[in-house]
Ligand binder design. Structure first.
Ligand SMILES: [Zn+2]
Ligand SMILES: [Zn+2]
Length: 93
């Protein structure tokens, strides 16, 4: 038995490939990755995955993309995110 929030779904198989154990450990509690195989190699949460969405939000925050206006990610932002961080999986090969 664990004390994990019952609101969180289990990570998907694909999620386990992208994050150790399937969870984004940058957050507390860790967020399960629910990506699927159709996701971009570096998903920014387009699929509804909370882990990747928050990871992108954290990156956007570091970049100062959150200004006074509501931040709406464009292809340019997403492309930079993917270029800088590279694929989520296979980075240890
Ligand atoms: Zn994900
Ligand atoms: Zn995804």
């Amino acid at each position: 038995m664990t004390t994990e929030s019952p609101d969180l779904p289990p990570p998907t198989e694909e999620g386990r490939l992208r994050y150790a154990g399937g969870y984004n450990l940058d957050f507390d509690p860790p967020i399960p990755c629910t990506c699927n195989r159709d996701c971009k190699s570096r998903c920014a949460g387009e699929c509804g995955c909370e882990a990747c969405s928050l990871a992108f939000a954290a990156y956007a925050d570091i970049c100062g993309w959150y200004g006074e206006e509501p931040f709406v990610p464009t292809e340019k932002h997403l492309q930079q995110y993917r270029d800088v961080l590279g694929p989520s999986k296979g980075s240890n090969q």
